[in-house]
Design a protein around this ligand. Structure first.
Ligand code: C5P
Length: 223
């Protein structure tokens, strides 16, 4: 039998990372943070001066990078690229913006496809991203699509930044989130949208615990 996969897709700032890591840890399954792969490629391209429109160059770079995830006990991971630790560097906002620009390129997505599927290892995989249920794992056991209002996601992002000592105006954050969502939703290849057979879960106004309880009920009914 195929190794089971639970896909968790949704826009940025919706709580995907937190909820899917928690779920992977709860089940004792592997975890794929697919956004990290786009960010890793973005960082490598920025450092090597590969332009965000150089589709063939980016695809070659994606094939050449030696990427290693060292899974921690809490499903967090240290990330190494060509031996260098990039765990924090890939989280910068400029890297996220570059990632979302190169994520529209079909050759880039194709180059990362196999790499993502290799994470499917026993006893199971929780995969977090934008197209996990629609493109990468269309035969997933359970597909979840998370949503939350832009205002709510902007507030969460602002809180996160404040905790890191960065103060950014809410209006600016909302504008960035909307621009990124828009790019992710309207691209021709693998746009952000729920799979036809996905269960949609709205996390607006809910604590992580409440959302996780809902998620767990869906999982228990499915596996
Ligand atoms: O989720 P995260 O913010 O780390 O992803 C960075 C960017 O990578 C997203 O804005 C999106 O454009 C892209 N991405 C994607 N498909 C995925 C995961 C991320 O296009 N499966």
């Amino acid at each position: 039998r195929a190794v089971p996969v639970i896909t968790i897709d949704g826009p940025s700032g919706v709580g995907k990372g937190t909820l899917s890591r928690k779920l992977a840890q709860h089940l004792g399954w592997h975890f794929l943070d697919s956004g990290a792969l786009y960010r890793i490629l973005a960082l490598a391209a920025q450092r090597r001066g590969v332009a965000d429109q150089d589709e063939a160059g980016l695809a070659r770079l994606a094939d050449a990078l030696a990427i290693r995830f060292e899974e921690g006990s809490d499903a967090s991971a240290e990330i190494f690229v060509d031996g260098e630790r990039v765990t924090n560097a890939i989280r910068a906002d400029e890297v996220g913006a570059f990632a979302s620009r190169i994520a529209v390129l079909p050759q880039v997505r194709a180059a990362l496809l196999e790499r993502q599927r290799r994470f499917r290892q026993p006893p199971g995989l929780v995969a977090d991203g934008r197209d996990m249920g629609t493109v990468v794992f269309p035969d997933a056991t359970l597909k979840i699509f998370l949503t939350a209002s832009v205002e709510e996601r902007a507030r969460r992002r602002q809180k996160q930044l404040r905790e890191h000592g960065v103060s950014v105006n809410l209006h600016e954050i909302s504008r960035d989130i909307e621009a990124r969502d828009n790019r992710d939703r309207t691209r021709a290849v693998a746009p952000l949208k729920p799979a036809a057979d996905a269960k949609v879960l709205d996390t607006s106004g809910q604590s992580v615990e409440k959302s996780f309880d809902e998620l767990r009920s869906l999982v228990e009914a499915a596996i």
